[in-house]
Design a protein around this ligand. Structure first.
Ligand SMILES: NC(=O)c1ccc[n+]([C@@H]2O[C@H](COP(=O)([O-])OP(=O)(O)OC[C@H]3O[C@@H](n4cnc5c(N)ncnc54)[C@H](O)[C@@H]3O)[C@@H](O)[C@H]2O)c1
Length: 276
């Protein structure tokens, strides 16, 4: 039996990470769009990987459990890569919270129950959560440890407290980082590690939707005025995943690594700083 990697989200970032570290493993890739999962399964199988596609919905605990059940048929789960998600231009507030916030929390919890000793996981949040003002320590703690089934009932996530889809996305991504910290403690009890990557603008279909969406000019300005002066690539995100998930990252767990070409730095202390 092989060790198994669960990959959720058959997008560019997920595929880049799986290609970098999924060699020799059975990779079970779940996506809401079976077509997307099948597409990357084909590309990767034709490049020597062992990938099985599956339909799954990150916003459903039952669907997540089914994916885990399917994965366990092939062997022990030693890696989780969560790169499924919806962006502010792709979905309404409710869907963003259900998929990006609740779904990610459930996935980390459910995989944390079965991850093999020495296993590693990574989830993808976003730089977006880093440009929202700090929440109170109490709010951070609520996002970190509220039982998953109660998360979406938190007062701060009710419609009257969420301004728009961008705000929902930022809250979801902030929650991802806090959940990773809290879950890393539990994963540690199994000898496993869990981390988070917060990318800036990475050219993928999701980002292209943003470039062509209502905030298109804002996004184009963001990469033009960040220190790197360009958007990033999924393969650069995979560089970070390789560090976090490999032996060189053995002392890193519960962390978020920002990889944004310096856009956040510029947002606070450079030309991307919002004008008063
Ligand atoms: N591309 C960027 O600029 C960028 C920046 C920061 C963060 N991110 C995050 O990276 C992650 C991956 O994004 P990407 O850019 O590779 O996008 P992508 O569009 O290439 O891939 C996302 C995948 O998630 C799938 N998906 C959507 N809803 C789902 C659901 N409910 N259940 C299962 N699968 C679902 C989509 O079908 C798609 O295949 C997302 O969480 C996104 O928020 C992306």
């Amino acid at each position: 039996m092989k060790e198994v990697m669960i990959l959720t989200g058959a997008g560019q970032i997920g595929m880049a990470i799986a290609r970098r570290i999924g060699f020799g493993k059975k990779i079970v890739v779940g996506d809401k769009s079976l077509k997307n999962a099948e597409t990357i399964a084909k590309i990767m199988n034709e490049a020597g990987f062992d990938v099985t596609p599956a339909e799954m919905d990150l916003s459903s605990r039952e669907s997540i459990k089914n994916l885990i059940k399917e994965a366990l048929k092939y062997g022990e789960i030693s890696m989780l890569v969560n790169a499924a998600g919806v962006s502010p231009s792709q979905a309404p507030v409710e869907t963003i919270l259900k998929v990006d916030l609740y779904g990610t929390a459930v996935l980390l919890e459910e995989v944390g129950r079965v991850i093999k000793e020495g296993g590693v996981g990574v989830t993808i949040s976003s730089q977006s959560g880093h440009r929202m003002p700090a929440l109170t320590p109490e709010q951070d703690e609520l996002l970190a440890i509220t039982p998953t089934e109660e998360l979406l009932s938190l007062e701060m996530l009710q419609p009257e407290n969420i301004r728009d889809t961008l705000h929902a996305y930022q809250m979801a991504k902030r929650c991802n980082e806090k959940r990773v910290m809290a879950e890393a403690v539990k994963w540690g009890e199994r000898g496993a590690r869990l981390n988070d990557i917060a990318p800036g603008i990475i050219v993928t279909p999701l980002a292209l939707d943003e470039f062509n969406g209502p905030r298109g000019d804002f996004y184009k300005n963001m990469f033009a005025k960040c220190p790197a002066g360009r958007p990033g690539t999924a393969d650069e995100v995979a560089n970070v995943a390789e560090l976090l998930m490999g032996p060189a990252g053995a002392f890193i767990t519960g962390s978020t690594i920002l990889i944004d070409g310096g856009a956040t730095a510029s947002y606070y202390y450079g030309p991307l700083k919002p004008q008063e």
